[in-house]
Ligand binder design. Sequence first.
Ligand code: SAM
Length: 391
Amino acid sequence: MEGKTTKCKSESEAEIPSVPVIEFNPQLYRQRYQFVKDLVDLHEPKKVADLGCGDASLLRQLKIYPCIQLLVGVDIMDEHDLRWNGVKLQPFLGQFLMPRELDLTVILYHGSVVERDSRLLGFDLITCIELIEHLDPDDLARFPEVVFGYLSPSMVVISTPNSEFNPLFEVVTVRDLDHKFEWSRKEFQSWALHVAKTYNYSVEFTGVGKPPAGAESVGFCTQIGIFRKNGGKAAELCVSEQRDQHVYKPVVTISYPSLQQEKYLKTALVSEVWQEVASLRVEYLRGLKEQEEGRELGNQPDACSEAPILWFGPVFTEAGKARIEASSEPFSVKDKFFVPLQRLLAHPRLNHLGASEERMRSLIADSVTLSSDGSAVVTDLHDPPDDDPES
Ligand code: SAM
């Protein structure tokens, strides 16, 4: 926090020493998003829903997490605006070129968080960031039953303004005109403890937006409750009879490219195979040239030059090196260069794609030339074809 100083009074009217005008660094909303991202890092949830997702900024930051496979936003805002927010959730070009390992589906639903929709059952994490203070008393009363009682995710994160912090702002009664209430820590905690007890969750309180020196007693600017379901993971089977209750309107559905999808795995495999074959060919020709020069100079091959030539390329680990050493080496017959599929699969980048030799053979068969027994990629030793990126 930084800025000039001003004089404030706390809610209890106790005099607080001069404190800076409130400016958070990083900005408060960023601290809230970072808080959620840290939880995602720690718990690696697969299914995450952000209720009251607003302009989808948090979802945009969460979509890059490899563990998340289903990312859902729900909001009651104007449907057209919500659909427009989906544009920011589209994959980048780079995500087509280097697809994720696991599938990711992103969905934005138009609807109210106090309506039950079975498509949000069985989630690992549900976030409600600066949402509850926008609910009127009737909706606030229905909210726990829907989120904790019906959706029953493994973890719920709820953030809301801490009204005890408000006197530190220069002119504030409520922080946003749409807020139906702003709670003190005691008010939020007694609501949250009651909800946790009713629906068999535990709750831990924390926050973001530290108060300035001398005003620590007011607590964080944003108070946060982390609710964990007692007994662990959301049990999807228990709620199977409640499925097919579809109330929300899906306005955006995006499927991310991933290596689980055959067309992206194939593209990635073919591209890596071409690159690896090309670099192995260059290395192989260099080795041949060195042997040739050695012979011209009348040098007898010594133990070192007789040793098999190993083409490690960009090998990063001992395990990767060992895989390459154990695999069959590239070889040439007349003017053809052969790279065994086994050798290609030993390369870290190809190995990382996780395809078996059989699968790789069938996926690359129509994009490269294979040897008659299908065990190696064949290319010209000296004049690579036009579509070879090396040529
Ligand atoms: N969570 C977002 C963030 O932190 O950036 C947006 C917070 S914004 C202050 C509150 C959001 O809650 C708004 O987008 C509003 O439309 C949404 N909202 C309010 N009542 C809702 C309801 N009953 N169901 C779904 N969304 C609601």
